[in-house]
Design a binder for this molecule. Sequence first.
Ligand code: BGC
Ligand code: IFM
Length: 816
Amino acid sequence: MRYGHFDDERREYVIDRPDTPLPWINYLGTEEYFGLVSNTAGGYSFYRDARLRRLTRYRYNNAPFDLGGRYLYVRDDATGDFWSPTWQPTRSPLDSYECRHGLSYTRIASARGGIRAETLYFVPLGETLEVWRVRVTNDRDTAAELSLFSSVEFCLWDAQDDATNFQRNFSTGQVEVADGVIYHKTEYRERRDHFAYFACSEPLAGFDTQRDTFLGPYRGWDQPAAVERGAAFDSEAHGWAPIGSHHVRLALAPGETREVVFVLGYAENPRTEKFDPPGSQTLNKRHVRPVIERWLRPETVAEGFAALGAYWDRLLGTLRVTTPDADTDRMVNIWNAYQCVVTFNMSRSASFYESGIGRGMGFRDSNQDLLGFVHMIPDRARQRILDIAATQMATGGAYHQYQPLTKRGNNDIGEGFNDDPLWLVLGVSAYVKETGDQTILDEPVPFDNVPGSEVSLYEHLRRSVTYTQERLGPHGLPLIGRADWNDCLNLNCFSDTPGEPFQTTENASGGGAESVFIAGQFVLAAKELAAIAELRGRDEEAAGYRAAAEKMTAVIIEHGWDGAWFRRAYDFHGHPVGSSENDEGQIFIEPQGMCVLGGVGLDDGLAVRALGSVAERLATPHGIILQQPAYSDYRIELGEISSYPPGYKENAGIFCHTNPWIMIAEAMVGHGDRAFDYYRSINPSAREAISEVHRCEPYVYAQMIAGRDAPTHGEAKNSWLTGTAAWNFVAITQWILGIRPELAGLRVDPVLPAAWSGFRATREFRSATYEITVRKAAGVSGRVAYLVVDGERIDGTVVPPAPAGAVVAVEAVIEQ
Ligand code: BGC
Ligand code: IFM
């Protein structure tokens, strides 16, 4: 069952009923000011940091699930009938409803009783504000006397404090209303000097700034007293809950449309210029007045919206594909790429499943996210890398997270996730391959942001590799520490006394448990670093890294191979995890993917064998399960993984992030059909037809789909902010379609499903454009036999970089 459809031409997903199984959301903003917006206008806004600079309030885990947002009310002043044109919060029946989620904008249109309202929400480039452009049309053949009310509930900036510290916060709220603009000027705890403003293009019939006056006693957002009676109270908030609401009266002739613009923005005042006149309580808002005036003008709004479209044309123009599969095309060309940029902006901070207060930016997560957006925004990727690397320690170890506002490592979760440092090598290598920019390797980067501790980024990479080499366990495999990629595989939660639970932060990473996953990742990273070393003429170092990769490969084969697949780990007691010797958790997906990505088992058939086991034991029509059999009970020696009910999250859920590793591995061994089947099984667009099962948005990946042990098998959860976005983009574009940036140039080496007869693509790469045609007869499943580059046949599959501005025609011919 569908709840809408894709409009590929306009790069939109069109939702045609408001009661989607879960809120289907979108993001506004591309630079510093961001918002989340659902298909019924729920969500919130923030400036740079979703925790510390939250403009509007949102209550998570609400009932209904999504309540609170950028709400409007239309009232027919002749009858008193009122409704929300975005359906929420009144949920009044609508004669028509349509929500179009586009690239950094959302448009929600509806009609009731012959009155149509269409609202466009977006954040203009270069501004710290959002625009709501509302068009109200009278489709009746009589005149209409209407009222339009806006509403937002202000957050008192620190979202965590706002949600908990009521003894204080019920007394701090302050607003000011001047020239029809509502200013929210509650002081932030540290008395930073910023404020929010909410303006309207029309003369006001009234306003409200105190929530409980606007709503009335014992009422909710579905039935505000001001709207019901058709007149605002002109309330001024002193403490309690400041809101912003404008009341506008509209008299519309038959057929007439009126455009009303609302602008919600963020501004700062230097401390000395905070008040006007100095020392008074009146906000100095001189600098924002011109901004407000400009953005209330319909022409500015139209130009701003067009500029946003052009921005996305530019970003998405980097790679365009035309394949025989529509779901592939729309994900690669539009939605997957878009999700990668959103993940760049948000990391794991703010979604409808991430509260915006819980987490900073992940060291591991951000490095992987980079793989999905580096081709679109290389400059920002460069900066991101330098920021991440600056949180690394001199030991090569890393803070697991850092704070976006301060860019400092944050020790809330601690360190000792022993996979972390190696992701930096993979992130940097992806950047250098994409851009050819080797200067980044010489950038001075501090350790733990301590001035004076700077060494080159290249040295940081070396330390990442050394970090693993210096932490090997009894089998010569890397120590896992607190956990590796799988946060919940906590193998050092040992107990000396049987039956005695025992786990502290200190000992969680101190034991001897080992990870085969990190071993595979090490092989991959050491090879990548060897190639970078060679590029810099450090052949001896390169040889050292290659030798280290070989040595680790041998250890994996000796101690990490279980007979038909790669083992997952050894626990604190030295028992294998992910082995046929285990009663549960016999086979895990992660080492099958990562070892093959590192090239382990490619020559001796182990890779093919392991992938066969994945197909046999882990694959389902809804994606590949993380491990099987699911743990049925808690086991202290395995930790949190066994605390999840079977089929969810890390305990045998379909953890989508890992699936592309298998797609890539299958492509590496030449299995185009299997790689593509796996790709389609979790491709959200390909799952659109089963939206009642999948339940999350059909245009973006979710972190997890419930596994076969769960009663809700096939149900997705935790959409948007997941490494799934970047890795699927890499799997489909670089390995299945095979357009892969390498140090030496652009490789074109697809591994396609047999039924396809080729595809076409345009790829911007290092300032040149590659027009790629892949030809293959349907039914054939071979690899590229030769390339023809600008009419000349070349050996191998790497197209050397062309001069900037060149347009290069590449033809790849696949033969049996
Ligand atoms: C991860 C989850 C994991 C959890 C453990 C989070 O950081 O996203 O997948 O289950 O940590 O509490
Ligand atoms: O690898 C982690 C990631 O860093 C956060 N989400 C869950 C993943 C698996 O545990």
